[in-house]
Design a protein around this ligand. Structure first.
Ligand code: GDD
Ligand code: MG
Length: 362
């Protein structure tokens, strides 16, 4: 089987992290975001994976090629000269995707969930239609694609509305699809949107179905949601693979994932919901909750960190206090005793004054 991951876009909503590396390589729970998807595709039996990108993929090629062996997959990069939207990339990769008659998995690159792709595939094969969208429910559907069911046929989609202005329902497109190769015949070779152009055509043909995803789901393409997604992911781990979570004395409230190369000082209180990356050094008496600390960073003695993402190679000074969805870019230095509330700090900055209200620090 084959899978295509839509990796385009510049990841502007995840700045300042994406000023240093492409969004799919930003580590989510200590693993490049896109590896969660590559692994899920490999687990369901995909051997051919296409990454659809619209910028120079050198960094990604370098990082991801090494995983081909580990996951037993062949990864190709399909590079667009101009952004082709969410459907055009499928047409561009038609040769690979139409290699055989097996269904094609398509994933948005910025979502996380439990990836029940086997169940999704079984459902797809059971209804016999050309396409299946995985769906989930949210409270605020206006920033997503909304699915309305047909009254007569269970799970058949009657209407698909991308970014609705008026409320039509709260069952939304989770950004995970299974398509028969025939769907590629509906797509033209130009910038085009699967949500606004291809899905309506499939609805008209009565060929579009939807599968309700069990478990959690989150679009983690912006810092606030990245942290919510991290909490959901860690809670999922605590139920399914609790052995991966740390049980050290400093853990407070559970759900703490610590890379084995990280060093944690004395009398720390860490958790709930914290991810600590490789080679991170945490001093003594540090308090961290609901945060991700990316690799090679240092959190000095008695710092207090909450709802924050600390970028790679950064330093948080002694008695510093970070909160309110603060994001430090790569190589940021927060001086001792500094307070930051909701600051988005660009790479290589040194912060010497308090940042009391949410803002971008350039
Ligand atoms: N290759 C390529 N080329 N990929 C692209 C392009 C492009 O021109 N434009 C967007 N993408 C990728 C993005 O990187 C992302 O993985 C995916 O396509 C969806 O684009 P987003 O920009 O993240 O869309 P969204 O979050 O506003 O909405 C989409 O996702 C929602 C779920 O999170 C839609 O699919 C909605 O219907 C859906 O509910
Ligand atoms: Mg998105």
């Amino acid at each position: 089987m084959k899978g295509l991951i839509l990796v385009g876009g510049y990841g502007t909503r995840l700045r300042p992290l994406t000023l240093s590396i492409p969004k799919p390589l930003v580590e989510f729970a200590n693993k490049p975001m896109i590896l969660h998807q590559i692994k899920a595709l490999a687990d369901v039996g995909c051997t051919e994976i296409v990454l659809a990108v619209n910028y120079k993929p050198e960094v990604m090629v370098g990082t991801l090629k090494q995983y081909e062996k580990q996951y037993g997959v062949h990864i190709t990069f399909s590079v667009e000269d101009e952004p082709l939207g969410t459907a055009g990339p499928l047409k561009l990769a038609e040769d690979v995707l139409k290699k055989d008659d097996s269904p094609i998995f398509v994933l948005n690159s910025d979502v996380i969930c439990e990836y029940p792709l086997k169940e999704l595939l079984d459902f797809h094969l059971s209804h016999g239609g050309e396409a299946t969208i995985a769906a989930t429910k949210v409270d605020e559907p206006s920033k997503y694609g909304v699915i309305v069911y047909d009254r007569d046929v269970p799970n058949r989609i009657d209407r698909f509305v991308e970014k609705p202005v008026e409320f039509v329902g709260n069952r939304i497109n989770a950004g995970i699809y299974v398509l028969n190769p025939s769907v590629l015949d509906l797509i033209e070779m130009r910038p085009t949107s699967i949500e606004s152009e291809t899905f309506p055509l499939l609805v008209e043909k009565k060929q579009l179905f939807s599968y309700d995803l069990p478990g959690y789901w989150m679009d983690v393409g912006q810092p606030k949601d990245f942290l919510v997604g991290m909490c959901l992911y860690l809670t999922g781990l605590s139920k399914k693979q609790p052995e991966l979570l740390t049980k050290a004395d400093y853990v407070y409230g559970g759900n703490v994932l610590v890379d084995p190369t990280a060093k944690i000082g004395k009398n720390c209180k860490i958790g709930p919901n914290v991810v600590i990356g490789p080679n991170v050094v945490v001093g003594d008496g540090v308090r961290i909750q609901r945060s991700t600390i990316l690799k090679n960073s240092e959190i000095k003695d008695h710092a207090w960190v909450k709802s924050t993402i600390v970028g790679w190679n950064s330093t948080v000074g002694k008695w510093a206090r970070l909160e309110g969805v603060t994001v430090l870019g790569e190589d940021v230095n927060v001086k001792d005793e500094i307070y930051i509330n909701g600051g988005k700090v660009l790479p290589h900055k040194s912060i010497k004054n308090n940042v009391e209200t949410p803002q971008i620090i350039m």
